[in-house]
Ligand binder design. Structure first.
Ligand code: HEM
Length: 458
């Protein structure tokens, strides 16, 4: 298989498939249907693509990095390549802006909590280690039983049907239920949480260009949809301060943040919850959805995995490598003049890190479009980025994906594409179809291996 399969989405895309460099547009309407063809051209002819005038400040440029070595080099060196947000937030903190002022000015809970909790790289590391790792990082394994239960509950709802729309009945609700449970929010609130979750990812779905820019009316609409989110979190914070439970919000209410030698404010807790909702829902949803497609495209692999669960980990990692959920982010700035692949990139340029392209770079991955269950160094991909700012929820997502497939493999004998797929992707920067109809055979002799015994995040 050369690259991404050409389903009918290819013809239906409003954008024509690129044939030469001049045709490549990674950000236009319909671009998602041709990303992998574009990467072939970029890797061959322009592995560092200049977007003239696309920088953060007028007169500066942006550069799209598509080589694995370049993306890895950048994300491993936060001093030389600081993140855009960190730079902004650090600046506000240095000016003495408080979390409350930041919220009043920018209406962003996440940035407000960053100003007070992690305005520097050092505090970023402490924040992560002390506040999020225990729940979604190093501590993610503690959720194995809970995730297994949610996966089985979801399957119970359609296991007798022989066909399923996989996204709405499994890939989307699973991370929603898992995240609600971790945070300590009632499952009955998921429809409302999902509405807020959709609103917080608006820039990544409906923003335009490599900077996910939103028109003022889009911004107003997004803020309108987020109405009530902050109060909802505050209500739970108040309740959990009085009656703590075994969940992340109760933990955040109580934890002593050693880095600043104090407890967290309600606004800071709300910022962390916002970050969890922003990062933890659609990403895992699309990982599962694309992995289901990879299985449909490889007859025999589902059966192989059923009988050799030691390969499930490699399958999910290869899935994320070949079909990265987050295809690219414009998150880093060059702090000095740099050179990538012989191209000079001046200080102050914006770097668009193209994780999806780096993960199919033939200089890093032999036969990049082969799903190789025996690939050496199978976690070398940068789907979660890498280095000190690697996705803080990577472990949780890994556990979710491995358990999801463990449970599906236990109870289903085979899957294939069902009727009605158009394989059209959602707009924006994520790789994910909007619908995925599957046909499947329920197993007459279910196994019980998907209970978390083979799970690995190391
Ligand atoms: C397949 C699933 C996921 C993928 C592909 C993914 C990918 C990424 C990537 C590429 C980044 C940028 C890292 C960088 O700038 O170097 C990131 C950041 C982030 N992710 Fe994930 N992620 C996933 C799941 C999750 C989950 C489950 C959570 C929460 C539990 C999460 C929370 C976050 C947060 C909060 C950030 C921002 C960190 C910061 O402020 O620098 N992600 N993720």
């Amino acid at each position: 298989m050369a690259s991404y399969p050409k389903h009918i989405n290819h013809e239906r895309s409003p954008m024509a498939c690129p044939v030469e460099l001049a045709d490549v547009d990674l950000f236009g309407v319909g671009a998602q249907e041709h990303w992998y063809e574009a990467y072939e051209i970029l890797h061959r002819e322009a592995p560092v693509l200049r977007l003239a005038g696309g920088g953060v400040t007028p007169g500066t440029d942006a550069f799209v990095l598509t080589k694995h070595a370049d993306v890895a080099r950048v994300v491993k060196d936060p001093e030389r390549f600081p993140t855009l947000t960190q730079t902004r937030v650090g600046g506000w903190a240095a000016e003495g802006m408080s979390a409350e002022d930041t919220f009043t000015k920018f209406r962003s809970l996440m940035q407000a909590s960053m100003v007070s909790l992690r305005p520097t790289q050092e505090l970023y590391i402490r924040h992560r280690k002390e506040l999020t790792d225990p729940w979604v990082g190093t501590g993610a394994m503690r959720h194995r039983e809970m995730i297994t239960k949610h996966a089985n509950d979801l399957l119970d709802e359609w296991i007798d049907d022989g066909e399923v729309e996989f996204i709405s009945r499994f890939a989307r609700p699973l991370p929603q239920r898992v995240m609600a449970t971790i945070l300590g929010f009632p499952l009955a609130d998921i429809p409302q949480l999902a509405e807020w979750g959709d609103a917080v990812v608006t820039p990544f779905v409906h923003g335009s260009g490599h900077k996910h820019e939103m028109a003022p009316e889009q911004m107003t609409q997004m803020l309108g949809r987020l109405e009530g989110f902050q109060d909802y979190i505050y209500e739970h914070v108040r309740a959990k301060r009085l009656d703590p439970q075994d969940d992340m919000v109760s933990f955040l209410c109580d934890v002593h943040y050693d880095a600043l030698d104090r407890k967290l404010t309600d606004l800071e807790i709300a910022g962390i919850v916002h970050a969890m909702i922003l990062g933890g829902l659609e990403t895992t949803q699309y990982a599962l959805e694309e992995q289901a497609q990879l299985l449909c495209e490889r007859p025999g692999m589902f059966e192989q995995l059923r009988h050799d669960r030691s390969k499930v980990r490699a399958f999910t990692e290869e899935g994320m490598r070949m079909r990265s959920p987050t295809h690219g982010l414009s998150t880093r700035i060059t702090s000095r003049d740099e050179e990538f692949q012989g191209v000079t990139v001046p200080a102050g340029s914006l770097l668009h890190l193209r994780f999806g392209a780096a993960n199919v770079d033939a200089d890093e991955f032999e036969c990049p479009f082969d799903l190789d269950l025996d690939r050496v160094g199978v976690t070398r991909h940068v789907a979660f980025s890498t280095g000190p700012r690697v996705c803080p929820g990577a472990n949780l997502s890994r556990v979710e994906q491995q358990i999801a497939w463990g449970v599906l493999l236990d109870r289903i004998d085979s899957i294939e594409y069902g009727e009605g797929n158009d394989w059209m992707h959602q707009p924006g920067i994520m790789l994910g179809t909007l619908r995925l109809h599957l046909r499947f055979t329920r197993s007459d002799s279910p196994m019980t291996l998907g209970t978390g015994r083979n799970i690995s995040i190391a």
